[in-house]
Every structure is written in C-alpha cells, then in structure tokens.
Design a protein around this ligand. Structure first.
Ligand code: ATP
Ligand code: MG
Length: 215
C-alpha cells in the first residue's frame, strides 16, 4: 500500500442474509442503497442453510441458491457471496452467521446487517436479540407490503439500528417462484442470468424433482 496515504478507515462490511430462492432485484437494490448510504466497502450476501423460519415449505438446494447469488452479484465489484451458512450443518441463525463472519474477517471490521422490514420485525421477536445488536449495526429497509416501524426503545440498544427508505420494488422470491410455476415471465424482476439459470436447472416447475426435496 502507498505509504503516503492516510491510515485506512475501519473496513465497513454489509451483510445481507437471505434464502435467495431466487435472488431478485429487490435484494440487489436494497444492498446497493445501503452500501451507498453507509459508505460500505463490501456487501457480502449470505445464502441461508435450512432457514428455521421456513421449515414448512421446501427450499431449493443450497448449491442452486448459492450459484444464483454468485451469478447475480458477479458484476458488482463490491458484492461478494459467503458460504458460511450453507456449509454449517443445521438451521441458520443470524447470530451464528455474524459470529462466523467475525471469526473469518477479524476484529478490524464494522458489520452492518441489512434486512427488509418483514425480516426486521421477525428479528425483534427473537430471544438473545441484545447479543445480535452487539455483533452488528442493523439497517432496516423499506419493503412494499410491510411496515417499517420504529421498535420500542427498550428493544434496541442506542444507535444500533437505522431505518432507511429504499426505492420500492414490489418483488418477492415467492412471487418469482409462483410466476415460473405458472409459466409467466420473470424477466426484469431478476437479473438475466437468473432467468437463464432457473430455466437451465428447471427450478420452480411443479414437476421439478429437486425442488420437492425428494430425489
Ligand atoms: P420469500 O418470498 O421466499 O420469503 P423474499 O423475497 O422475502 O423471499 P428473502 O431471501 O426471504 O427474500 O429475503 C432476504 C432479505 O431481503 C430479507 O431481509 C428481506 O426482508 C429482504 N428483501 C426481500 N425482498 C425485498 C424487497 N423487494 N425490498 C426490500 N427488501 C427485500
Ligand atoms: Mg422472505
């Protein structure tokens, strides 16, 4: 590194967890907006293992969700993808995600955990939520159809949560899966490479064996 440069600021890492089944432009816009607003050096997308909240419905294979996340983020030099959650056996808990990333990245990194309004209100109902706020600054972003409301003061330590408006994209993975299974297009809701990957792998068709979870 250039010795004449001033000392580098602490590295600022955004963490965007999700099932990403599939990843869509709502995820990407949220990450990009938070990156800009918080001057993040990097946003790491972390596809979940088996999400404990989504036990009831089948989730696509981790490897497909991982690859789609790689494809969708490949063109952005500040976006990366981590395998910490899909390589850890068992259901994914955010506290484990943040602990593992901390171990991997070391102590000189500030963490910013990015969540949509729906995921944020879920998080606030968890046990051990105080520990979470110690591991990262939380950024709650707007999401059409979900209210982004200020949580009661006693739930969030001072200055550990920022609520932020991002351009509203009324896109959900569920909506994308439903469209594919109905034969409706998902062009422009997801990156082009994701349309092509879904077609190539035959994901989200009702007769698609992988997605039913029993091959
Ligand atoms: P599903 O319909 O399967 O639940 P999803 O669209 O909600 O999928 P997730 O992978 O569950 O996507 O979401 C990961 C994170 O991205 C969550 O914090 C969620 O709130 C946020 N998010 C998802 N879609 C949007 C959107 N359109 N705008 C803003 N945030 C979003
Ligand atoms: Mg969701």
């Amino acid at each position: 590194r250039d010795r004449n440069r001033p000392p580098r600021h602490r590295y600022r890492l955004g963490v965007m967890g999700g099932t990403f089944d599939p990843i869509h432009h709502g995820h990407l816009v949220a990450a990009s907006e938070v990156a800009r607003r918080f001057a993040l050096d990097e946003v790491v997308f972390v596809p979940t293992g088996r999400p404990w909240q989504k036990d009831a419905r089948e989730v696509s294979e981790a490897e497909d969700r991982y690859l789609m996340t790689v494809i969708a983020t490949a063109s952005n030099p500040r976006f990366t993808v981590s395998r910490v959650d899909i390589d850890r056996p068992g259901p994914t808990y955010t506290v484990d995600t943040l602990r593992d990333l901390r171990t991997e990245r070391g102590d000189d990194v500030d963490f910013f955990f990015i969540t949509g309004a729906d995921a944020l209100s879920a998080i606030l109902t968890w046990r051990g939520v105080e520990e979470l706020f110690g591991l990262a600054h939380f950024v709650g972003v707007t999401r059409p159809g979900h209210e982004l409301s200020v949580p009661p003061k006693e739930q969030v330590p001072e200055g550990r949560l920022t609520l932020m408006e991002v351009p509203a994209l009324s896109i959900s993975s569920t909506g994308c899966r439903d469209r594919v299974s109905e034969g409706d297009p998902i062009w422009y809701l997801v990156p082009d490479g994701i349309v092509q990957y879904i077609a190539k792998r035959g994901l989200y068709h009702d007769d698609e064996p992988d997605h039913a979870g029993h091959q």
